[in-house]
Ligand binder design. Structure first.
Ligand code: FES
Ligand code: FES
Length: 189
């Protein structure tokens, strides 16, 4: 901008344009007219009023906003909604089936996996994505033999793989116990 430029010469910052996208959220097709700058987290919470997914740091540091996208865990605060046009998104609201809690939801209750509950939706979605990664053979930073095709599902593996999900109440012991109880039989190979 030169000293001769006027405000009228600049792009009209207040003019916004929207893009139409469709997200498959918990098996339901939802169409939105949305600005390109809107995060998936805000699309869920502010546009669709699905407040189960939580906003913590809003900058990728706490994991509270974790959802599943085509079965993989992502941080919805760092994802632009328009990037996910056509994607299958699963949130905490979509995990129970026919009124039955997801096994991990039930295990979180049984093993005291939460206190205030704010981090819990993110913990649960993250753990489901984590188990998917584990079952597909992805090693972690604590996997001793990364060439092995049978990684043991240990507390250390869970700690490392869930380290992106913070719990300010410090319910980690219960969270790990719940994950172990819900998934160990299924991932022991
Ligand atoms: S709100 Fe997304 S990582 Fe904290
Ligand atoms: S249960 Fe309160 S932040 Fe985790």
């Amino acid at each position: 901008m030169t000293s001769q430029d006027t405000v009228a010469d600049q792009p009209a910052l207040s003019q916004s344009s929207t893009t139409q996208i469709t997200l498959e959220i918990n098996g339901v097709s939802r169409t939105l007219d949305i600005e390109a700058r809107v995060s998936l987290l805000d699309a869920l919470r502010e546009y669709l009023k699905m407040t189960g997914t939580k906003k913590g740091c809003n900058q990728g540091a706490c994991g509270a906003c974790t959802v599943l996208c085509n079965g993989e865990r992502i941080l919805s605060c760092l994802a632009l909604a328009v990037q996910y046009d056509g994607a299958e998104i699963t949130t905490i609201e979509g995990l129970n089936a026919n009124g039955e809690l997801h096994p991990l939801q039930a295990a979180m209750i049984e093993h005291d996996g939460f206190q205030c509950g704010y981090c819990t939706p993110g913990q649960i979605c993250s753990a489901i994505g984590m188990v998917h990664e584990f079952s597909s053979g992805l090693p972690s930073a604590v996997t001793e033999d990364i060439t092995s095709d049978s990684i043991e599902f240990t507390e250390e593996e869970i700690k490392e793989r869930m380290s992106g999900n913070l719990c300010r109440c410090g319910a980690y012991v219960g969270i790990r116990a719940a994950i172990m109880a819900a998934f160990r039989p299924q991932v022991t190979r």
